[in-house]
Design a protein around this ligand. Structure first.
Ligand SMILES: [Zn+2]
Length: 600
């Protein structure tokens, strides 16, 4: 992940908007306005990053309070600017200024109603929803705190336990945190819709969909088209995993129905990597462990990051600045609390880029370093753009870039950089592809359905008395996953997923999964790779690097379709690269599931 400048929740549209507007604003006024906006956003954005960095590196009550204050000021200012931008709706301005004005209006994730009472109510509800999730715990005995599980502990049980009774109990337990959110969520929907309508959108969901350089309805159709491209592969994976889980758990897993949500190794069944040992193909062990190699060589965190940097310099990018090495956090400090979740930062929105990670000597962290640096190199590539364009082409692109590079961390790459003597032969590919599919293919329908649910809720197609039913209908439709026990409207299961109470749009994660394979295929071609796609690494290819840089440096200055075309030659997102990448696995799955029921 990275820190998101644009992930804003407006809470201050209700504030007075300063000086009275001239009766008819001119193009010169618009230009002047944008200059003010860019300057202010830069100044406040730097302050926000600095306070956020300090807060996450030195967690105390004071740094939290300071950071919250700076955040609020930043958000309030953007909210006021977003509203002011509507004054120039009818003014004739150059195209790039029009785009900046539109992006400004769309930078809000939530618009607060103008009515101060409603605005205050909404702000309180949002804080309460977040706090309810954040403090969420399930206790077998509420009298005894040591029987309580927070989300980290729940995650561990779901990943490690193979006891269906325990898994069911913990699954149901975690879902007890969210029913108290139900009324708040319904009111949040009403109030945030009011705010969205005041900005000219049909509802909050329509406001989110408007960010994709195409009509909201066309965007929805586009998502359906992409999902249809990958659905056959998902169905095969689903059928195979069902067969294997049925062998393990018996009738708890139906022969031809949906998968039970509590047996997939993850509380939301969004990533199935943890059931790999139960579904592992025979004789597909890659024969090496990057964890072991890094440990045996006593590779330090710093050396791991240096290796990641060399990936990018091999593509032709400049090395990281000295400040990156001086100011980043690579290892967990012994003497203080820090947020260890890996993130990439762009402190001054120019060149003070950093990562913050507590690196372990593991293959997973080695890959994550390549991912995080992808954000940093993106940030640096678009630094010449106006502030409002210093972001990824759409919100799926930023995550996709880091992951694209991570796809190039292949055994062949490890051989090239001297970490591995010899790459395993092709017969071992099924194991690597299976573990990747359990992570990435399994995620796709989940990545899609969260916002399908929210868009229906915001649009009023799903009313509060049908929240839970609509949720499980979508989970069945897209994921082929069913709850382990009856889930009536006394529950509020969407609220047990962080991004719902936190109100973070989710479609970006679906897009990132699609785009990373499309980028990987295009860059591999540019690099002249003729191997099967999953064996290609763009390491050391200047040609791939210059393609990549051409797109990254555009930032958000042009519609994402043009950015996509710059890298791939096509203006259309295309999930067929996923099918190419997983072709050997698909073939293998077809054989394994011969005669087995497919679908649910
Ligand atoms: Zn990321």
């Amino acid at each position: 992940m990275r820190t998101l400048l644009a992930a804003l929740t407006a809470s201050a549209l209700a504030l007075g908007c300063g000086a009275p507007t001239p009766s008819t604003p001119t193009a010169a006024d618009a230009k002047q306005f944008l200059e003010t906006v860019n300057d202010t956003m830069h100044r406040l954005g730097v302050e926000q990053n600095q306070s956020g960095w300090v807060q996450q590196n030195f967690i105390t009550d004071d740094t939290e309070a300071l950071s919250a204050r700076v955040n609020q000021r930043y958000i309030d200012t953007i909210a006021r600017f977003a509203k002011d931008a509507t004054k120039y709706d009818k003014v004739d301005v150059p195209a790039d200024q029009r785009r900046q004005l539109n992006l400004l209006k769309l930078s809000l994730v939530m618009a607060t109603p103008q009515n101060p009472k409603e605005a205050e109510e909404l702000t309180k509800i949002m804080a309460r929803l977040e706090a309810t999730y954040g403090k969420g715990k399930w206790c077998t005995n509420p009298e005894k705190p040591d029987t309580c599980l927070n989300i980290d502990e729940v995650t561990k049980v779901m990943a490690m336990s193979r006891d269906p009774k325990r898994l069911l109990e913990v699954w149901e337990g975690w879902h007890t945190i969210s029913p108290p959110m139900r009324n708040d969520y319904a009111r949040f929907v009403e109030l945030s819709n009011t705010g969205a309508r005041e900005l000219g959108f049909a509802d909050t969901g329509a406001m989110w969909r408007a960010k994709y350089d195409m009509p909201p309805d066309a965007f929805t159709k586009e998502l359906d088209r992409l999902w249809d491209q990958v659905r056959p592969l998902y169905l095969q994976l689903h059928a195979y995993v069902r067969m294997k889980l049925r062998a393990k758990y018996g009738d708890a897993v139906p022969a031809n129905g949906p998968l039970p949500a509590h047996l997939l190794g993850n509380i939301w069944a969004q990533d199935w990597s943890n059931v790999y040992p139960l579904v592992a193909p025979l004789n597909a062990d890659p024969g090496f462990s990057l964890d072991d190699i890094l440990k045996r060589r006593k590779t330090t965190a710093l050396e791991m990051v240096r290796t990641g940097e060399r990936f990018y310099t091999s593509l032709g990018f400049d090395g990281l600045p000295k400040t990156f090495w001086d100011r980043s956090l690579f290892v967990r400090p012994r003497d203080r609390e820090v947020v260890c979740h890996a993130s990439a930062w762009d402190l001054d929105m120019e060149s003070d880029i950093r990562i913050k990670m507590c690196i372990d000597q593991t293959g997973e962290d080695f890959t994550t370093i390549h991912h995080e640096l992808g954000h940093n190199f993106y940030q640096r590539a678009y630094k010449a753009q106006p502030i409002l364009f210093r972001d990824s082409a759409n919100d799926g692109f930023h995550e996709a870039i880091g992951d694209t590079i991570a796809l190039s961390v292949t055994p062949e790459y490890l051989v090239k950089i001297g970490l591995l003597d010899k790459a395993p032969d092709a017969s071992r590919d099924i194991g690597l592809l299976m573990s990747r599919a359990l992570e990435k293919i399994a995620f796709l329908p989940f990545g899609l359905l969260i916002d399908q649910w929210r868009w229906k809720v915001f649009a009023g197609d799903v009313k509060p008395d049908g929240y839970n039913k609509a949720w499980w209908d979508l989970r069945l439709k897209y994921q082929g996953v069913a709850p382990p026990s009856a889930r009536g409207e006394q529950f509020f299961d969407p609220g047990a997923k962080y991004h719902v109470p936190d109100n973070t749009p989710y479609t970006r994660y679906f897009l990132a999964e699609i785009l990373q394979f499309q980028f990987h295929r295009a860059l591999s071609k540019a690099a002249g790779c003729t191997s099967p796609l999953h064996r290609c690494s763009i390491y050391d290819s200047k040609e791939a690097g210059s393609r990549l840089n051409a797109m990254l440096s555009m930032g958000q200055s042009r519609p994402w379709q043009e950015a996509l075309e710059t890298l791939t030659g096509s203006k259309q997102m295309d999930a067929s690269a996923i099918i190419d990448y997983f072709a050997p696995l698909k073939q293998w799955l077809d054989e394994q599931t011969k005669g087995q029921p497919i679908g649910w």
